[in-house]
Design a protein around this ligand. Structure first.
Ligand SMILES: [Zn+2]
Length: 471
């Protein structure tokens, strides 16, 4: 099995055309473009042009202020007959109905794209929602250049990334973090069909995937610029690498999951992080099955689900990866000083999960329990475990620090004063981390029929979702 390398580099992909030259000429003629037939008679065949787009895929977590209206309570109602009261409730006329602000942590995946060069209006500005459903192939310059002209991006990747990372105005967030950001270049095919003749040559431009007309009888200059070949030193024309996905130490096959960035060799117990074209060795520990946590340390959430009864086999189901992140944390800003300081070691859950809020909640609970356990209890026993499935790790060390800061803010928001002040728009604390040190742990989650629980706090995750993450 081959692994596409180039993590945190700008990788190039191409979209294959689905319309051929003859179809393109037909469509252009049908669309009423003048002179298409003449052009065909003269032997001017439609020309394929590949236009570059930058695309960002990422996950965005944000704290959002929401106006919430408190429903009227019985004490708000004035005496009167029941019918009048009901009318007041329904019409919102009840007294003392005040608007309040609540703060919620939400997340979503983002996928954005825009043109990597000026195309003079002859290409759509963005790939829109389509780039998620378009079939992308790895860009191989030689194979693409024989098909048509490959236009070179003129905007540099750093500028493109900064622009794509800008928050969208639609979400009024008070704090935002971006995880798992991947920037890529996508070369999208357009057909240019010559129309008219003479020095004032015009083209009709078609989307080579859908066949829709992008521009009619337009000046072809913006799409006839310098191709990639004109500048062999173009820094964004990165040739993709492949490497066999096997352990660099012992050659054992590593598990293949597209979202993984860290790979653990179950044969020689070494762990590798994908960085650029290489697998770099990192330290990780697989934690042996810890004793069940005492009841008292379980939180309200765990208590809400039925706990395993004595004698029932809570068999081990999976190891889930978390990063321990330590270093110098500083908290600045915010309207009030948080009552509880941050623990010296934060925990950033690193398995892929749709809602980052769940990972933040779990991280907060693990960090608190780790803090409580320190000094009073022996450290969790570490021991190599060979036969347990390891859930993939989708956060690298850089993202682990970002996730740790998200968890830190989530912990600070547990303080009602901090949260209330932030909800009222009086400032959100800012968490900075210097001299960050990271260490990867795989924690054993014990399962029952419906859920998996972490060994330290009993935080429950739906079992089915975890199973999806294993396969
Ligand atoms: Zn190995």
């Amino acid at each position: 099995m081959l692994l596409v390398t180039g993590r945190r580099r700008v990788l190039s992909y191409v979209v294959r055309p689905r319309i051929d030259a003859a179809e393109a000429a037909q469509i252009a003629a049908f669309a009423g473009a003048a002179g298409v037939v003449d052009a065909r008679r003269r032997g001017t065949s439609p020309r394929l042009v590949f236009v570059p787009y930058y695309r960002l895929c990422a996950e965005e977590a944000f704290w959002r202020r929401e106006r919430v209206s408190r429903p009227p309570r019985a004490v708000d109602l004035e005496p009167g007959d029941l019918g009048e009261q009901l009318v007041r409730i329904v019409t919102g006329g009840a007294r003392a109905r005040e608007a309040e602000h609540a703060l919620t942590l939400a997340s979503r995946t983002i996928e954005r794209s825009f043109l990597a060069r000026d195309a003079g209006g002859l290409a759509s500005w963005s790939l829109g929602v389509r780039s998620g459903v378009l079939r992308l192939e790895l860009f191989e310059r030689g194979a693409i250049e024989v098909q048509g002209l490959v236009l070179r991006p003129t905007l540099d990747a750093g500028t493109a990334l900064a622009r794509l990372l800008e928050p969208l105005a639609e979400v009024a967030s008070v704090h935002r973090e971006v995880l798992r950001a991947l920037l890529s270049l996508i070369y999208f095919p357009l057909w240019t069909v010559a129309t008219g003749s003479g020095p004032a040559a015009r083209v009709t431009v078609l989307d080579a995937v859908t066949g829709s007309v992008v521009a009619r009888d337009a000046d072809p200059a913006p799409l006839s610029g310098d191709g990639l070949g004109a500048d062999a030193t173009s820094p964004v024309d990165r040739v993709l690498g492949f490497r066999p996905l096997c352990c660099p130490n012992c050659g054992w096959d590593l598990p293949v999951r597209p979202a993984d960035v860290v790979f653990h060799c179950t044969s020689c117990e070494r762990t590798w992080e994908l960085a650029g074209e290489d697998l770099e060795p990192i330290v990780s520990d697989v934690v042996a099955n810890a004793a069940a946590p005492p009841r008292a340390r379980r939180g309200p959430r765990a208590a809400a689900t039925p706990a395993a009864t004595v004698g029932e086999v809570a068999h081990l189901v999976a190891h889930l990866p978390v990063w321990q992140v330590s270093g110098d944390f500083t908290v600045t800003g915010g309207a009030t000083t948080p009552r509880t300081p941050l623990p010296s070691r934060l925990v950033a859950p690193a398995f892929r999960w749709r809602a980052l809020k769940v990972l933040s909640d779990l991280g907060a609970r693990l960090a608190r329990s780790g803090e409580q356990a320190r000094g009073t209890q022996p450290q969790v026993e570490m021991e190599p475990v060979k036969d347990m499935p390891l859930v993939g790790c989708s956060l690298d060390r850089t993202d682990a620090v970002t996730m740790a800061r998200l968890v830190a803010l989530r912990m600070l928001m547990d303080d009602p004063n901090v949260r209330d002040a932030a909800a009222r728009g009086k400032g959100v604390p800012r968490v900075d981390l210097e001299r960050a040190e990271t260490r990867l742990l795989w924690l054993p989650f014990a399962g029952d029929a419906y859920s998996l629980r972490d060994p330290l706090t009993g935080y429950a995750l739906p079992r089915r979702a975890v199973q999806d993450a294993i396969s």
